[in-house]
Design a protein around this ligand. Structure first.
Ligand SMILES: Nc1ncnc2c1ncn2[C@@H]1O[C@H](COP(=O)(O)OP(=O)(O)OP(=O)(O)O)[C@@H](O)[C@H]1O
Ligand SMILES: [Mg+2]
Length: 385
């Protein structure tokens, strides 16, 4: 530690100490000032506020050491103190320690040696305290900066969602028109089509349908992220909903020779938003069809688990590694498993599923082993109201 040019104030009514102490400590390169009592010490301190250490006698005329430290501490100044005291002043010295003195030393025959050690110790401790304070100040300033950047990021995220929502919303109608008009043409109301024309219009129809799904997903994400996901719960049958939704996937599953097995069980009607939970079932069932190899089986199961209804969708697909499971519910996560028959994959489905289940105060779980298959389950609370 560098102790060069530090200012020390020596306060003592005894001229011997005022002369002797600076002389004995001069080899350490300090600058000294002296005062005869507390009153003079305060004046010196006022003129020289950068004093780094006060070495003071305890018993002095006009203002003693204890009064001096109390006065200085009352101004909030944190300069360290070392008291030199006679044996009959020990109690006062101990009281001075409670006022924040750093050390007290007995004025005996060893005083000059012990003082030299004490000065080094006290200054080192004080420097440490100052650098700690500086670190804390820096940390507080950095925290403030972080808070500011966080606020800016939140604002930007809000703006992104707004933009995403607006763009998706404005793309929806023209895309729906393209899809509708292509269906119209395919119905051959306006005249017969050649095989080649039919093939191209079919592509237009399929592509616009996929784009519409993507745009709807984007709109969902922006609505959910802006905190406006509006759940409209109804007390109804989850089993009927599962049956209805499975019908939609039977055809695409059959094309891949995939069997969807669902044996309905008797579960109570519960409160949930049918259109939102339909989205959840759609994505989980379509995923298990999409990522499983042809010829495999999918098992759907619904039962009561404690105070919740639990729906599980198990497949015999490629499975998902633990590392990828941790990323599964983020947006735009297309992981190692790829569609096995050229189906579309945006990586938004599970992010939406997670948010819908959260909004229902439910639980979404995945259980998966590479090379064996995956089970996605969601649980919804059975509430009595
Ligand atoms: N049952 C599953 N088996 C294996 N991997 C899966 C399964 N379900 C999801 N995944 C992996 O997780 C990724 C994210 O799934 P998610 O449903 O979010 O998106 P997606 O199906 O690719 O696209 P989208 O649902 O938006 O049409 C998938 O791309 C796939 O790699
Ligand atoms: Mg999906």
């Amino acid at each position: 530690m560098s102790v060069e040019k530090l200012k020390i104030l020596v306060v003592d009514d005894d001229l011997f100490f005022r002369k002797m102490l600076p002389k004995k400590l001069s080899s350490k390169g300090f600058i000294f000032d002296t005062a005869e009592n507390g009153v003079e010490a305060l004046e010196k301190l006022h003129a020289n506020p950068d004093v780094e250490l006060i070495i003071s006698d305890m018993a002095m005329p006009e203002m003693n050491g204890l009064e001096l430290i109390k006065k200085i501490r009352s101004t909030g100044k944190d300069v360290p103190f070392i008291f030199l005291t006679a044996s009959d002043q020990l109690n006062t010295a101990i009281e001075a320690m409670t006022c924040g003195a750093s050390d007290y030393l007995l004025k005996d025959e060893n005083i000059l040696r012990t003082l030299s050690i004490s000065v080094d110790k006290v200054l080192e401790k004080h420097q440490l305290k100052k650098s700690n304070q500086k670190l804390l100040q820096d940390l507080a300033a950095k925290n403030k900066d972080l808070e500011k950047s966080n606020k800016q990021l939140l604002k930007l995220n809000e703006l992104k969602n707004k933009f995403l929502g607006m763009a998706a919303h404005d793309l929806r109608s023209p895309l729906a028109s393209i899809r509708g008009l292509s269906e119209f043409l395919l119905s051959e109301i306006f005249g017969y089509l050649t095989e080649e024309q039919k093939e191209y219009i079919n592509i237009i129809n399929k592509t616009s349908d996929e784009m519409l799904t993507l745009v709807n997903d984007l709109l969902d994400v922006s609505v959910i992220e802006s905190g406006n996901l509006d759940i409209k719960p109804l007390k109804t049958s989850l089993i009927s909903l599962i049956k209805d939704r499975i019908k939609l996937y039977r055809m695409s599953a059959e094309k891949k020779d995939t069997r969807i097995n669902f044996i309905p069980e008797d579960i109570p009607e519960i409160f949930f938003d049918p259109s939102k939970i339909a989205q959840v079932i759609d994505n989980l069932v379509s995923n298990s069809v999409k990522f499983s190899p042809p010829g495999s089986a999918i098992y759907i199961h619904a039962d009561v688990d404690k105070a919740m209804v639990k729906v599980s969708i198990r497949d015999e697909g490629p499975g998902i590694s633990e590392e990828e499971q941790s990323r599964l519910f983020g947006e735009f996560q297309r992981l190692s498993a790829r569609p096995t028959a050229g189906e579309k994959s945006t990586g938004l489905g599970l992010a939406i599923v997670k948010k819908i289940i959260d909004a229902h105060h439910g639980i979404l779980e995945v259980n998966s082993r590479l090379g064996v298959g995956s089970t996605f389950s969601f649980k919804l609370p059975i509430s009595n109201d």
